[in-house]
Design a protein around this ligand. Sequence first.
Ligand SMILES: [Zn+2]
Length: 242
Amino acid sequence: MSEGPSYSADKRLPVDAFCSVVSKIRQAKPTQIRGAMLKAVMRPGAKCWLCGQPAVMAEPVIPERAGGAVVIQNMVPVCAACRRERGARDALEWAEEKRRRLSVAQLQYRDEALAFASQHPVLKKYTRSMEVCREHLSQTRWTHARVPVVFALGSADVFVACAVPASAYSVALLLSARQAGGEVLTDGVMRLPVDTWESWAREWIEHHAVFNRVRVPGDAPGDPEWSKVYGGIAATRAAKAA
Ligand SMILES: [Zn+2]
């Protein structure tokens, strides 16, 4: 028997559960979030994503100072030698310097991470934008600010909230969500109709928003669901790489 609220008969998302996730995310310190993610990535027997030797720690695929996001999709297990050699460089940059080629699996890791980087991140389904994103990254050298947005997608509605409370971004999000036919619920949380939300989100992506999907209830640092969900992602990746 599942605890917590369930989806109502008309498939509307449970607003209380979403608000509680948002508040956990807003209160979490970056180090807490990072800690939970690193733990999920560094499973026993994890192999280095670059050379396949036993990994000693997890690190970002796209380095943070290079615009990499603090999300699980940007974390990989790595061995000490590769970590030292690559330093804070993007793996692609590093490979080009070394006149090496990244494998298809390694490029896939990077593509996935790139979708969450702070410059022109794209929702995963819009993979056509990936080339544009990569080109942009290579030209701008990672200078844009990032607008963290969390959303929960139901079949009848979408909840959206800025992960940074009471910022200029959250005010702008509220105003634009209203224009897109959305309503403001509480504490900077907006509900949008599913049919207008995508075009609204695309517009925000153009303004350097990073959309992170959450499940409700659960799926926040400190919630037991957190490591389960992201542990699953890490396991899927490991199986793919093997
Ligand atoms: Zn290695």
